[in-house]
Design a protein around this ligand. Structure first.
Ligand SMILES: Cc1cc2nc3c(=O)[nH]c(=O)nc-3n(C[C@H](O)[C@H](O)[C@H](O)COP(=O)(O)O)c2cc1C
Length: 260
């Protein structure tokens, strides 16, 4: 599957479901998405089956492993109040894999497609890189490879005071899109649209580490910090850019964007 086919696949998946939407308003979905850490229940079966089918397709297209999990409360016990504390997690995905080139970037890219689809369906989600207990999960390193991170997903109530507070603490530190790019000449309008989508992308501890460059008429994306999740952040940011600007990325740090 080419990058474009992957995105078209995703679009068709959305439009085909209701028959009502002609195109997906990605920015609206990205604005709606926010990390949720308190859940009212699992994603119901019908929607869960659809998410699992998407996960299966992404797995086949990329070689990474995306496996569902249910009801493993021990995996989220014992973390400090505030950041990283999850309540009521009943469903989600484990993401990892073997020796696949750019594995972590692909995890970010395809995982975020699942996040946006769950958002479209009205569910909450959160990426989890550190605040879980891997030994409590049904992941077998022998056959599945390395477990890189989780995506928790489920039904949510309207944000309650605790989540609102955590969000108020984390979000104001968000960067402006202009701080996440460098240009050598005025870029086209679609570059700005892509960057506005990047600004809305989740990243580990909200570092927003990915820089985008407009140079000699080409767009590249690069992450230069040493954070363990930097390549997952790279994949997530590149996906947001591609959906809003329209086009495909070369995999890898410093990969080039082709406008579609
Ligand atoms: C790769 C990755 C790992 C993350 N790991 C955790 C985690 O271990 N625990 C947690 O509570 N949130 C985690 N998050 C969620 C981030 O804290 C969150 O995306 C960021 O603060 C921005 O907030 P927002 O998603 O509401 O926009 C992670 C996010 C990403 C992208």
């Amino acid at each position: 599957m080419t990058e474009k086919e992957k995105i078209d696949y995703n679009r068709e998946n959305k439009t085909g479901k209701t028959g009502a939407e002609k195109t997906v308003d990605w920015i609206e979905l990205m604005e709606k998405r926010v990390s949720r850490r308190t859940y009212a229940g699992a994603v119901p079966k019908q929607e869960w089956d659809l998410l699992c089918r998407m996960a299966q397709n992404f797995q086949e297209a990329s070689g990474i492993r995306i496996r569902p999990f249910f009801h493993v409360p021990e995996a989220f016990r014992g973390f400090k109040a505030g950041y990283g504390l999850f309540h009521g997690v009943e469903s989600g995905f484990m993401l990892g894999g073997g020796n696949v080139p750019d594995r972590r970037e692909k995890i970010g890219y395809f995982g975020e497609l699942l996040v946006l689809e769950a958002t479209r369906m009205g569910f909450g989600s959160c990426w989890v890189g550190g605040t879980y207990r891997p030994e409590a999960l049904p992941w077998d390193p022998e056959t599945d490879g390395k477990l890189d991170c989780l995506l928790v997903m489920g039904s949510v109530w309207e944000p309650r005071w605790k989540e609102k507070m955590l969000h108020a603490v984390i979000r104001p530190r968000s960067k402006k899109w202009e701080q996440m790019c460098a240009v050598d000449s005025p870029p086209p309008a679609w570059f700005k649209e892509g960057m506005q989508a990047v600004q809305l992308a989740p990243s580990a501890v909200n570092r927003q580490p990915v820089m985008f460059f407009w140079k000699d008429g080409n767009v590249t994306a690069r992450v230069s910090d040493m954070n363990a999740y930097r390549d997952v952040d790279l994949g997530i940011a590149k996906l947001h850019f591609a959906l809003a600007a329209g086009g495909n990325w070369q995999w890898g740090n410093g990969g080039v964007f082709s406008k579609g």
